[in-house]
Design a protein around this ligand. Structure first.
Ligand SMILES: Cc1ncc(C[n+]2csc(CCOP(=O)(O)OP(=O)(O)O)c2C)c(N)n1
Ligand SMILES: [Mg+2]
Length: 592
């Protein structure tokens, strides 16, 4: 019989786990030894930091649709995992964290590296977090932690004191109190009741102006969403996590929603009489129709996510694709296509406006132009990640994603630092896909630079070497600078917002990777062509203007007032801020 660590790894393998992300420490030596002896079955991927291991496990789940696993030592290692685990929990990703603990005999003695991990992980892993105190327990701990993570789409945690890891595993005896668990799970087909589908269809058929909002839960239901949008004559907006659910070249796809959203989405939400939400928990209700002004049908696989952002007349608990399939035969094709026609016109106008805004001059480069020029060059099947920061704005608005592409960011936690670890995890999931990470210089200094060390370590094993890390080099924590100006009416606080200068291209070269610097608008297109044809990973260091405002689709009066207040009350960059804001706000856009 193997020891507990060995049984753990074997059981994970039985569950279909082939790689785990992590970092060692003496609190998990028993598990590391077992992984070493089984390295042909389950690969240990060493990351630079435990937070990166957890973020990569989250991205692994996002891009593969399977379980992500991360491993860390007791105390400090376990604590480092937390941010990535919250990212997974809040974006509903199945991730298992396995952490060590002080030896069982010393627990409760304020021992070195002894942290109450059960208490610490009980929140993030609230569906399942347990300590292994008996070798026979490990079997059901693994079976339950994996099944619950997959079935509930959540984070689970197993804590193993380090002496227990090397005790001999024994199957539980046939005796009172023994537990006999088994491995294996496949997703069920979850469908609402027929009468609820009928009620939903009635509302959708009665509506005259239908808006659809799709989120990450609609992934895999593109065909059905298109059919529904066709039948109902509506438009489809996408929450950030649902960025790749439908291609942006469809004429009725209005793009993203919210502060990082588009004008056609905003118009559609404020003029619809019926809202169909599919697999989304987009949090900002102020960007949805006003309560009472639209009737709502919502589809979500998790009942707890129903009717919390907008009161749903018919909340449908079900799988997006299956539920849409069941709805389609109940829907009538709307004869009046007027709403659709306005949406399509607004979508065309919006893209023309994006084109114009991207081509406004800036100092030295308008960040939108970097994304605008990347958009038509995006390789087929690429994965595009973004970070929290202004990169998310331009990623949300200026890239036209095509069918077969994937995209993600930290949606609900909105943590800084996932852009590059997500991108590396995408390569571990499928190295034939080209990958592009779009991150700010703050996020690059926080996490991205560390991950690049791993990129340099692993890239030679990839089937396709294309991996581009775009750094928006603006010497600023720009998103927050704008939030402080617009939401609070405060001027830029240099001590908190300005970040140190660094040559990212040079840094990439020091790791044996390629570095490309974009200093002038004319360098953008040749830079992208070189980056996307490179035979090794590339860092694109784009020197972009921090004073180009990431404007919401329509800037509200109170925000504009705050902005003006901040400008007048001594923002160190007031002259240029006014210039860029005015240019962006009053770009007329081409009307079609
Ligand atoms: C871990 C964490 N710390 C702080 C924040 C708040 N925050 C959100 S965006 C941002 C600025 C990001 O700056 P940078 O990466 O340089 O991107 P930019 O907006 O300048 O393009 C900050 C500080 C956060 N979301 N997560
Ligand atoms: Mg920045």
């Amino acid at each position: 019989m193997p020891d507990v660590g060995g049984f753990l790894v074997d059981r994970l393998h039985t569950w279909g786990v082939h790689q785990v992300y992590g970092y060692p420490g003496d609190g998990i030596n028993g598990i590391m030894g077992a992984l070493e002896r089984r390295k042909d079955k389950v690969r240990f991927v060493q990351t630079r930091h435990e937070e990166l291991a957890a973020l990569m496990a989250c991205a692994h789940a996002k891009f593969s649709g399977t379980l992500g696993v991360c491993v860390a030592t007791s105390g400090p290692g376990a604590i480092h995992l937390l941010n990535g685990l919250y990212d997974a929990a809040m974006d509903h990703q199945p991730v298992l964290a396995i952490v060590g603990q002080a030896g069982s005999a010393s627990i409760g003695s304020d021992y070195q590296q002894e942290v109450d991990l059960k208490q610490l992980f009980n929140d993030v892993a609230r569906e399942y977090c347990h300590v292994c105190i008996n070798p026979s327990q490990i079997r059901h701990l693994v079976d339950r932690a994996v099944r619950i993570a997959l079935a509930e789409r959540t984070v689970t945690c197993i804590i193993i004191p380090h002496d227990v890891q090397t005790l001999d595993y024994e199957d539980p005896p046939r005796a009172h109190g023994s537990v006999f668990s088994g491995a294996g799970w496949s997703a069920p087909r979850v469908l609402p009741q027929d009468e609820d589908l009928d009620r939903a269809a009635r509302i959708l058929n009665e509506g005259e102006r239908v808006a659809i909002l799709a989120g990450a839960g609609a992934f895999g239901a593109a065909e059905e969403l298109q059919q529904v949008a066709e039948l109902l004559g509506g438009g489809v907006a996408k929450a950030l996590l649902g960025r790749a659910v439908l291609a942006d070249d469809l004429p009725y796809v209005t793009g993203s929603i919210g502060l990082l959203g588009t004008e056609p989405t905003d118009w559609m939400m404020s003029h619809c009489d019926t809202l169909l939400m599919v697999g989304t928990s987009f949090p900002y209700s102020e960007w949805l129709p006003k309560e009472g002004e639209a009737r709502c049908v919502q589809i979500d696989i998790k009942a707890r996510m129903l009717s919390i952002r907008y009161p749903a007349d018919v909340p449908l608990c079900g799988d997006s694709r299956e539920t849409l399939r069941a709805l389609i035969p109940r829907l009538e094709r709307k004869r009046d296509r007027g709403f659709r026609e306005v949406i399509e016109r607004k979508v065309r106008d919006w893209w023309a406006l994006m084109d114009e805004r991207a081509h406004q001059s800036a100092k030295p480069i308008n960040p939108q132009l970097v994304f605008w020029d990347l958009s038509p060059r995006l390789p087929d099947r690429c994965v595009v990640t973004a970070d929290s920061g202004s990169s998310a704005n331009w990623w949300a608005r200026d890239l036209k994603l095509r069918p077969g592409m994937m995209a993600s960011l930290s949606g609900n936690l909105a943590t800084m630092g996932p852009g590059v670890p997500y991108a590396l995890a995408a390569k571990f999931v499928d190295s034939t896909r080209p990958v592009i990470a779009c991150v700010g210089d703050g996020a690059m200094q926080m996490n991205g630079m560390n991950v690049l060390i791993d990129v340099a370590k692993y890239w030679k094993e990839w089937k396709d070497p294309r991996f581009v890390c775009l750094v928006l080099n603006n010497h600023d924590l720009n998103m927050v600078t704008w939030e402080q100006r617009v939401m609070e009416g405060d001027p830029k606080f240099n001590a908190s917002q300005v970040i140190p200068e660094l040559d990212y291209a040079q840094y990439a070269r020091s790791l044996g990777l390629e570095g490309i610097t974009m200093m002038k608008p004319e360098e953008i297109v040749p830079g992208w062509e070189r980056a996307l044809a490179a035979k090794k990973p590339v860092v694109v260091d784009a020197h972009v203007d921090p004073e180009v405002p990431p404007l919401p689709p329509h800037i509200r009066f109170d925000q504009a007032k705050h902005l003006m207040f901040s400008i007048l009350s001594g923002d160190p960059n007031r002259g240029r801020v006014i210039g860029q804001a005015v240019k962006q706000m009053f770009t007329p856009g081409k009307k079609t």
